[in-house]
Design a protein around this ligand. Sequence first.
Ligand SMILES: NC(=O)C1=CN([C@@H]2O[C@H](COP(=O)(O)OP(=O)(O)OC[C@H]3O[C@@H](n4cnc5c(N)ncnc54)[C@H](OP(=O)(O)O)[C@@H]3O)[C@@H](O)[C@H]2O)[C@@H](O)CC1
Ligand SMILES: Nc1ncnc2c1ncn2[C@@H]1O[C@H](COP(=O)(O)OP(=O)(O)O)[C@@H](O)[C@H]1O
Ligand SMILES: [K+]
Length: 503
Amino acid sequence: MFIVTAKEMYDIDHCTMEKIGFGKLLMENAGRAVAEKVRQKVNAADKILIVVGPGNNGGDGYVIARTLQNEQYRVSVLQVVPDQKLSEQVQFFKQLYLACNGTCLLLDDSAEWKQVISEADVVIDSLLGIGVDGLVREPLASVIAFINEKGGKIVSVDIPSGLPADEGAEAFTSIQADETIVIAAPKTSVFLPHTANYYGNWEVVSIGHPQTLISENAACFVADDVFFRTTMPKRDVNSHKGDHGKGLVIGGCDNMPGSFAMTVRAALRTGAGLMTAVSTEKVIDRIACLSPEAMYQIGASEKGHLIADDLPLDDKDGVAFGIGVGRETKTAALLESVLQETTCPLIIDGDGLYLLQNQLARLKQRNEPTILTPHMGEMARLLEMDISDLTRSPFRYAREFAEEHHVYVVLKGKYTIITSPDGNQAVSTTGNPGLAKGGSGDVLTGIILAMMMQSQSIFQSLCNACFVHGMSADLQVQSGHSYHDLLATDVIEGIASVYRTFS
Ligand SMILES: NC(=O)C1=CN([C@@H]2O[C@H](COP(=O)(O)OP(=O)(O)OC[C@H]3O[C@@H](n4cnc5c(N)ncnc54)[C@H](OP(=O)(O)O)[C@@H]3O)[C@@H](O)[C@H]2O)[C@@H](O)CC1
Ligand SMILES: Nc1ncnc2c1ncn2[C@@H]1O[C@H](COP(=O)(O)OP(=O)(O)O)[C@@H](O)[C@H]1O
Ligand SMILES: [K+]
C-alpha cells in the first residue's frame, strides 16, 4: 500500500482523468466505492445525512447520495455552499442525484440545518477533501463544530474535513470522524501523531487508478504483509549457521542487565546464525542463562559500565550498540571506537543514541551502513529541537537527518517511519499499545540485527523487522494476552507465530 501527499494524489488523479481519459468516471467510482463501505456500516432504518462542500469531495458526496438513494436508504443532502460554487462536474453529479428524487437542503440563515444534523443517525462528511487550505472558514467551520458536537456516527470521505493531508500544519479545525473511507491511498496525515486520531478507524478503497501510476508517484509506502511475504528472508535447506549471520550485541551495565538480554534473545528467535554478546562481568553472570545459545564475552568496565576496549568486531555481519549501556562519559569512548572500527552494518539504539549526541560527525565517515532507532524523544534530542515540532513533521525531519548523516533512521512510534540515507521512506503499521512499555524497543533492535544479516537489503530488513515486531505483539494480543499484560519477552516468543503465519 502506498502513502501519498496531496500533490502526489492530485498528479495521480490528473493523469488518470486527463491523460488516460477516465474523466467523470473517477468520481463515480469514488462515490460508489465509498457507498459500498457505508452500506456495511449503517442499518436500513438509519437516517443518513450527506454534508456536501464546495469541492470535488462534495462531488463524491453526491455520488454516494445517489447510490444509497437508489437502494432505498433514508438519504438526504445538506449542501453548505451555493450552487455557483460547485464545479461543472459536481453540478453534473448533483443533477443526477436530484433526477433520482434526491432531496437537498441548502445552508442558509435558518436553523433547519442544525436540526437535520441533530436528527441524523449517520453523517457522511463530504465537506472538504485534500484541497483544504489553512484554517476552515465560515460557514464550514460552524458546520464542522456542530457535526462534531451533535452528529451521530460520522463517516468521513477520503479525509476528515478540515484536516490537512500533509505534515507540517500547526493549527487546523477538523471533523472528528468515527470512520474514514480513504480514497485510493492513505494521505500522510493518517500516520502523524497529532492528526491520526481524527480519522477514527480508516480503510482504503480502490477506485480504478492504474496501480503503476500510484506506485510511480508515491514516495512512501506501508511495509505490510504483502511486502513481508515477498521480501522476508528465505531459509535454504542446505544452509549452515554461517549463512544467517554472525551478530554482536554490545550493551548492558550492572544496574541494567535485562534489556540487553532481550535484544540477544530476540535476535536468536528471529533467525540469527551466531550471536555474541559483550557486557560487564556482572551482567553476563546474570543473563547468560537466559540465552544459552549465545556466546558471551566480558568487556572492560569501570564502576559497572563498559569502557573503551578491544572488541571482537572483525568477523561480524552485524553489530548492535547501546542497549542498556548507560550514559557514562567513558562509555562514549567505547562508542567512538565502535563507530570507527565496525566494518559491517551497525545499529545504535537506546543509551547509544544519547552517547552519539556529541559524535554525530563520525556517522558520515563510516563506509558501512549505520542504523539509528530513536523514539520521538530520542530523535528530538538528536535534532536538538522541540518534540512537538518533530511530531508535526516526522517524515521531513527523519529524511533530512538520514540524508545529512548518511544513516538509516527507524523513528519509532504507533506508526514507525523507516528512512534510508537516500530518502526512501516506509511506514510500519503493525503493533498495538501493549508495546508501550519498557523493553519493547530492545526487542526490536534484536529483530533488526537478525533481519539485516539474512539476505535482504538493509531497507527491506528494517521494514520487515518492524513488521515482525508489531505483528508478534498483535498475534499475542489475539491469542491470550492483552494490551495491559503484554511484556517485551512475550513479543520475543510471539516471533514464532509470525514466522509460522508466513511459512
Ligand atoms: N479530481 C477528481 O475528480 C477526484 C477527486 N476526488 C475527491 O476530491 C477531493 C479533492 O477535491 P478538491 O481538490 O476539489 O478539494 P476539496 O477539499 O474537496 O475542496 C476544495 C475547495 O474547498 C474550499 N476550501 C479550501 N480550503 C478551505 C478552507 N480552509 N475553508 C473553507 N473552504 C475551503 C475551496 O473553495 P473556495 O471556497 O476557496 O472557492 C476549495 O476550492 C479528494 O479529497 C477526493 O475526495 C475523488 O473523487 C477522485 C476524483
Ligand atoms: N501504541 C503503540 N502502538 C504500536 N507500537 C508501539 C506503541 N507504543 C510503542 N510501540 C512500539 O514499541 C517500541 C518501543 O520502543 P522504545 O520506546 O525504544 O522502548 P524501550 O526503549 O523502552 O524498549 C517501538 O518499536 C514502538 O514502535
Ligand atoms: K471529507
